[in-house]
Design a protein around this ligand. Structure first.
Ligand code: DSN
Length: 412
């Protein structure tokens, strides 16, 4: 029996979600469309298996093929990001960071990460997250004028604070992260350098951002953002951290790995090694730069003045709005984004003064620089009359028509 027959309610909601994805303009910087082969691996019979442990050292029998899959995933991840040790079992970016921190620090040790409201992640030291509760957090910020990282200031702060771990790599930072400069900072204060490359993993894999592998002690990343794989995460590390990281993931914090996701991760790494992926990564950046220029023409102020990567942080206060109002007006018009704080924001995080947008998803759908002009126009028009539902409804059909030209899954 199919899902449609067994559970029509859930089947119909999945269908509706597919329709929503097809019809709307997804500008969420951390989202993408996993290709069919990744969906196929994720939805496979591998979900039936228990394989606690690691290849060759499992706590269950019957892992002959699972072992081969995990070894392939490990080898590909290692090669792709240029680090000798890879753990492909973490279920999410947050759990990967939890596990990496536990391998590098004891509770109470000092962790230096970018402030959440300036582009960092919850797990980089927010007080409402385990990271802020288990470790002594000394956050760094971006420069108030340039809204970019000031590496000299971070160096000075790090020398004073002497953190055990410095984390770099962000969720709302539109500029290149100079991992080489962070390596110098970490060396100057005797810290480990953890590069959380979740947002830019696809750009790194495709050669559109400097690599972290030569500089990091440990790398964490999700696999579903610009890397365009299944929902999940991995940890990469120098050889010396390998044992502790593996122990930290299992049995330290997780039980059985999600073998269907491990297989999908392996497929994702294979895809990311192909020449087409280089083109994809380069196009993401070209599209983001084109979109940034067009948004500026429509009168939006962009945090840091533009972008070097896949994302743009738009200050919607420059149009007399806040993030929450703007996100709603955009969603009602079929444009999917997320509200975000901007550096030195005066709004609460649930409101924010910014909208974060990114180009990984639209680039997967085949859009190029030319289309970014229309995307910026749609974005701008949606915010012209933030409270006018009729106006948004009309715009939503226009967006749907436009998106119809860029199919996701063909006949799926
Ligand atoms: N939730 C992710 C993002 O949207 O950036 C970070 O984990």
């Amino acid at each position: 029996m199919s899902l449609k027959e067994k559970d029509p309610k859930i089947f119909s909601l999945v269908e509706k979600e597919l329709e929503r994805q097809i019809d709307t303009l997804d500008l969420i910087a951390s989202e993408n469309y996993a290709p069919k082969e990744i969906l196929e691996a994720s939805a496979s019979v591998l979900t039936n298996k228990y394989s606690e442990g690691y290849p060759g050292k499992r706590y269950y029998a019957g892992n002959e093929f699972i072992d081969q899959i995990e070894l392939i995933a490990i080898e590909r991840a290692s090669k792709l990001f240029g680090m000798p040790c890879a753990n492909v079992q973490p279920h999410s970016g947050s759990s990967a960071n939890f596990e990496a921190y536990r391998a590098l620090m004891k509770e109470g040790d000092t962790l230096m990460g970018l402030k959440l409201d300036q582009g960092g992640h919850l797990t980089h030291g927010s007080p409402v997250n385990f990271s802020g509760q288990l470790y002594n957090i000394v956050s760094y910020g971006v420069d108030k004028e340039t809204e970019q990282l000031d590496y000299d200031a971070i160096m000075e702060q790090a020398k004073e604070v002497k953190p055990k771990v410095i984390v770099c790599g962000y969720t709302a930072y539109p500029r290149t992260v100079y991992f080489d400069k962070f390596r110098e900072i970490a060396d100057a204060c005797g810290a480990y350098l953890l590069c959380d490359i979740a947002h830019i993993a696809g750009l790194i894999a495709g050669g559109a951002h400097m690599p972290a592998g030569p500089y990091a002690d440990v790398i964490t990343t999700t696999t579903h953002k610009s890397l365009r794989g299944p929902r999940g995460a991995i940890i990469l590390a120098k050889e010396e951290h390998c044992k502790l990281i593996n122990k930290g993931v299992f049995p330290g914090s997780q039980g059985g790995p999600l073998d269907h996701i491990t297989a999908a991760k392996a497929v994702c790494f294979h895809n990311a090694m192909q020449p087409e992926f280089k083109e994809y990564a380069a196009q993401i950046v070209k599209n983001a730069k084109a979109l940034a220029e067009e948004l500026k023409k429509h009168g939006f102020r962009l945090v840091s003045g533009g972008t070097d990567n896949h994302l743009i942080l738009i200050d919607v206060k420059s149009k007399g709005l806040n993030g929450k109002i703007a996100q709603n007006a955009l969603e009602n018009s079929g444009i999917i984004t997320n509200k975000n704080t901007i550096p030195y924001d005066t709004e609460k995080p649930f409101v924010g003064s910014g909208i974060r947008v990114g180009t990984p998803a639209v680039t997967t759908r085949g859009m190029k620089e030319e289309e970014m002009k229309y995307v910026a126009e749609l974005f701008s028009r949606a915010l012209e009359k933030p409270e006018d539902e009729e106006f948004h409804k009309k715009l939503k059909s226009e967006v749907k028509e436009f998106m119809g030209r860029f199919p996701i899954y063909g006949d799926l």
